[in-house]
Write a protein that binds this ligand. Sequence first.
Ligand code: GCV
Length: 879
Amino acid sequence: MRCSSVWFKSVAGLALLFALSMNAHAEDGSAAWLRYVPISHPEIYKDLPSRIVIDGDSVSDHMAGVELQRGLTSLLGRNFTLEENRPMHTVGDLWLPNNAIVVRSFEWAQHHITADRVGPPPGPESYYISWNEQPGRLFIAGEHPTGDLFAAFHLLEEVAAQQPIPRTYRSTPSAPVRWVDEWDNLNGTIERGYAGPSIFFENGHVRQVLTRAGEYARLLASVGINGCNVNNVNADLDLLTTEHLKEFARIGDVFRPWGVKLALSVDLTSPQTVGGLDTFDPLDPKVTAWWQKKVDEIYTLIPDFGGFTVKADSEGRKGPSQYGRTPADAANVLARALAPHHGVVLYRGFVYNNHLDWHDLKADRARAGVDNFASLDGKFEKNVIIQIKEGPIDFQAREPISPLFAALRHTPQAIEVQTTQEYTGQQRHMVWLPSMWKWVLDTDMRVDGRPSPVKEIVTGKTFNQPTGGFVSVVNVGMEPNWLHHPMAMANLYGYGKLAWNPDEPLEKIIDTWTRLTWGNDPQVDRTIDAMQLKSWDVYESYTGPNGMGTLTNILGYHFGPGIESAERNGWGQWFRGDKDGVGMDRTVATGTGYIGQYPKELAERYESLATCPDDLLLFFHHVPYDYKLHSGKTLVQSIYDSHYEGALAAAEYVPQWESLKDKIDPERYEKTHALFEYQAGHAIVWRDAINNWFHHISGIDDALGRVGHDPNRIEAEAMKTGGYQTVDVVPWETGSAGKAVECHDAKGCTLTTTLEKLAGTYDIAVQYFDIWRGVSTYTLSVNGAEISTWKSDDTLPPAQPDPRLDGQTSTRRTIRHVALKPGDVLELKGLPDLRLELFHGAQAAGLMGAQGLRMQPNLQEYAPVDYIEIGPDGPITPQ
Ligand code: GCV
């Protein structure tokens, strides 16, 4: 039983004021889905009592009460009072106030509410809600105080989405591990983070002010997430010093009220780098003792510490292989140290050799998971969980399911997914990833010919494991709205919901998120739901087709197209495209044998061309370009078509969003609008790069004559130029005709052309390159009259400056509804980024006098331009 003390506190007075002032802030996205904006029909909840009574004195109970008061007061526009630690503290205590929202223990509920309604305690984080209008009592009971908190958030969610309060509702999480990982470094940077610096660290230390970390924990708790690993799996080597641990304890303190456990990623060399030992061999007794002592030290500072995540023998991290030891040897040492404190080890299955020989047709990175871990099944301590990426490569737009899920029958597992959109548009493209995750979780691995969907494997049901669950790499940053794109927060929300209940329908998840984030207007909800639900499909269709991987620049920043970067190197993300065909032969019959790692039924399905699904074809097979897909199209024609369809669908987001203009606050409307405009332009960069590349390599024309023919396009290098110079774009397919122009003149340069268009109204798109740190200025005029001027000052990915003109930096400005007639002269003026620069010998050169300063094109942004495209009004310049 949970204890409660006798003190009584009513904090009703300031509640309304507090709640209203909370919502007075600008809509900068920081409130995410916890906006608590007054609902349009508060009368639905007129019977809901305004008195909240809490039994229990834990900090989570307190937070549940405060959250209920804050949320309900704001949502319903009336005062809710809060009485904490009401004296109803014994199981035998029958007192239960009417006309109140009462939070009590599950144990109490079992004794005093009809047992068959409450049922047996389902698990430590479960909760129960019952609503009885007659005495006017809403009853909330958690098996553990965090259950109260989850219940409070659930109730608030129902009210915010204007859903009826359930008569009785019981909820139990699917698995004990529902964590997020953040890849934050102590210096404040975030690996694969796209929304500003770390909310936890700066300059080698934990931030002094951890307000954002606390707010983040609240968001996590609101969707049932119970653990957060705060540092990069490529862990800082000095992470475990006592000095750092004391600082991490402060993060633990701000997480604790929300029931979120702090976890850390550790480097296995720590006994050497921190402990000063001469070895990190896991089987050396000195090393074992060091880990035990270090873990004990951690728990004295952070009593509810969650555990360690380990990346070893992978991408340059050292690991047990250095001493001829196995992942089990290493994981078990940590696990034994953690076990007395109930901590766990999440040992990543992402162990592979990134120096593979690409000449070797049998070499295959996808095999690594099963090759490295299957033989260790059953050799891990009980508190070791193998953390397995959803696919065998690396979070591509689509991959098959990792066969490792089916290979570990005696070892707990957790699935690792990525909320941060490393390979899926880096929060500059809208991609709702729960669609992908649900596809993965529902995939039936058919272990031993029996139903065994991934969701049941990772939640421990299939193989009867005591633990396991879900991990998502999130990488929120200091930008107010956490992930940059207002739509991207739906990924974090959806992750939490699926981790809690992998059977939750996608439609329900997205609709609730939309209501909470954007309001309950039916048109808004219908439009946003539909956009999000198709967005994975749309992104996949204009990036990597048929299971080839995303086709991004894997040697760069994983953002724009960079097709051949995947080939001819040791990283093993090959798709083996040549003039005759494309795809990795992973068959058992003639290829790498990878398919043989799946259970029999799946292996047979993938091995045979007759049954292999089109959307995974090239992951498993090498086929010629004119190979006929199940869809009836040839492979290459399907690639062309899907890229045109996908780019068009992305362009349609703009008018779809514009249809909601009057129903969305201006701040978020404008930000989201700019991102959709960006996505529309960048989808065309993707479309053209991939289609032109396949056209070039296959030599097969597009049956519809679009690829390589852009009648509405005027190449910059073909225009009359005042000062612009032609340069190559590398790789060639990321620039139209492989060329662009740059202006190296501080006074600026011009491009002009005389139009022969029929009189009418057109959209004019300028395709240019926006380098991260430079800010060029562009001005477009018709017959000398300016129609648009803008600066290339977007903060596009990559987060590190990419100084090149390529598929990451290529972007587009569209000027709509421009009246044109034959003979009109179009002029684009580009002014490169200018900075005052110290200039030696300034006087001799007669520039800016004796100060020795001059304006110079700087930072490698020379007002670059790729082309101008002029087409009829519409969502996309048509082909
Ligand atoms: C943290 C991919 C990413 C790396 C990441 C790695 C991993 O390779 O590109 O940035 O490293 O996965 O998951 O460990």
